[in-house]
Design a binder for this molecule. Structure first.
Ligand SMILES: C[S@@+](CC[C@H](N)C(=O)[O-])C[C@H]1O[C@@H](n2cnc3c(N)ncnc32)[C@H](O)[C@@H]1O
Length: 369
């Protein structure tokens, strides 16, 4: 009995220690990552509600890899594995701010020749049971896979990265931070040239020679084209395409009942497609080669750093905190640090956390608690 009481007091002291460490870190000006060594649920339960801006993580695969300290992923059934992970996603939901984002990277597994569908089973349970909103399913195209001796199915080369938010509206998202820079408009031989070389000369000729537009429609189309070119010159629009009746191929339905653009073609004879002057958003397919594990001493499945850039840039404000509850060798923390954000890493394996600490070049981390 006395031993049990002593154990409880010790547990409480450790818990307070972790909570206090976190609160001090929140208030500190340093962005050097803070690491917690221990079981994910035990550690998460000691972080305050609504305190994290962005969670990016890659939990262990079910039944495929064994890390140095065991942990999640060793369950006999995939149902148990999913339930364990759902306990973690619920805790992530609690510690995440309402403006926060949760990026969950998951790979799938085969069992008795059948793909189990683990990433989607978890994503659907998170939406149905925990009321997460799923904003994107990113396909991570890894370009190269591990050794695969199968002769009766294709090689697996992708993983999923789900972007979840707590509320469908009001979450932090800095789209400008991740847009690819738009090319600049130029003036060449007195003519305005758009970012991709559109001058309007070809469109003008097509309008003038068109047998599908009447004179009134031609006048309106030329006037509208000149207005767009003026906007290009002023830098209000960086690029555009003009779709003219029976000239350009369209990507929408031809039915004016279902497509607003088809309706414009029927009624006016033309419409414009404008490009965002701030650049284009990345797509939901990311071509990123996996990290070269040869260079690492121990770990099996580190993130490539590039995988963490878009999530952190877009969904963690500059003064925010990134969390990786299965941080392994601390890739998400390293990227957060390089991008000027604070970060918290949790892992059950102390030796991985030691590697993580060494990755912050020339900086002392706050140690492992
Ligand atoms: C896929 S790895 C993460 C790799 C990491 N993204 C990186 O860049 O190195 C999964 C990690 O989960 C850790 N882990 C497994 N079960 C755990 C548990 N119950 N609590 C905390 N960490 C756990 C493993 O030690 C492993 O480092």
């Amino acid at each position: 009995m006395a031993t049990k009481h002593k154990e409880l007091i010790m547990k409480e002291l450790i818990e307070n220690e972790i909570t206090n460490q976190f609160i001090d870190y929140q208030e500190d000006s340093s962005i050097v990552p803070l690491y917690f060594s221990g079981d994910v649920l035990e550690m998460l339960s000691q972080l305050p509600d609504d305190s994290i801006d962005c969670c990016m993580t890659s939990p262990p695969y079910w039944g495929q890899r064994q890390y140095s300290s065991g942990g999640i992923g060793l369950e006999d059934s995939f149902e148990d594995f999913i339930e364990h992970l759902l306990n973690v996603t619920l805790e992530v939901q609690r510690v995440l701010k309402d403006t926060g984002s949760f990026w969950l990277n998951m790979g799938d597994t085969y069992k008795k020749k059948s793909l189990v569908g683990i990433p989607w089973r978890i994503a659907i349970a998170m939406m149905d049971r925990q009321k997460w909103t799923l904003r994107n399913n990113v396909i991570w195209n890894k370009h190269k896979g591990g050794l695969d001796s199968s002769k009766d199915r294709l090689r697996t080369i992708h993983e999923n990265i789900f972007h979840f938010v707590k509320k469908p509206k009001g979450y932090y998202y800095n789209d400008e931070a991740i847009r690819t820079k738009a090319r600049k408009t130029k003036v060449k031989n007195g003519a305005v040239v758009s970012a991709t070389g559109v001058t309007g000369v070809r469109y003008k000729r097509q309008i003038e020679l068109s047998t599908s537009l009447n004179d009134n429609e031609k006048d309106k189309a030329l006037k509208a084209l000149n207005e767009v070119l003026a906007k290009i010159q002023l830098g209000e629009v960086s690029d555009f395409r003009m779709i003219i009746r029976n000239q350009q191929r369209t990507t929408h339905s031809d039915s004016a009942k279902v497509s607003g653009r088809a309706k414009e073609l029927v009624e006016k004879g033309f419409y414009f497609l404008f490009y965002n002057p701030k650049g284009t958003l990345p797509t939901d397919v990311w071509d990123i080669i996996p990290e070269d594990t040869q260079k690492r001493e121990k770990h099996f499945a580190p993130f490539p750093k590039d995988l963490c850039r878009i999530p952190i840039l877009a969904t963690c404000p500059e003064n925010g905190i990134v969390l990786d509850p299965f941080c392994g060798t601390g890739t998400a923390m390293t990227v957060a640090y390089e991008l000027g954000r604070k970060s918290i890493g949790i892992d059950i394996a102390n030796d991985y956390l030691e590697i993580a600490k060494k990755r912050i070049n020339g900086q002392q981390t706050l140690g492992i608690f």
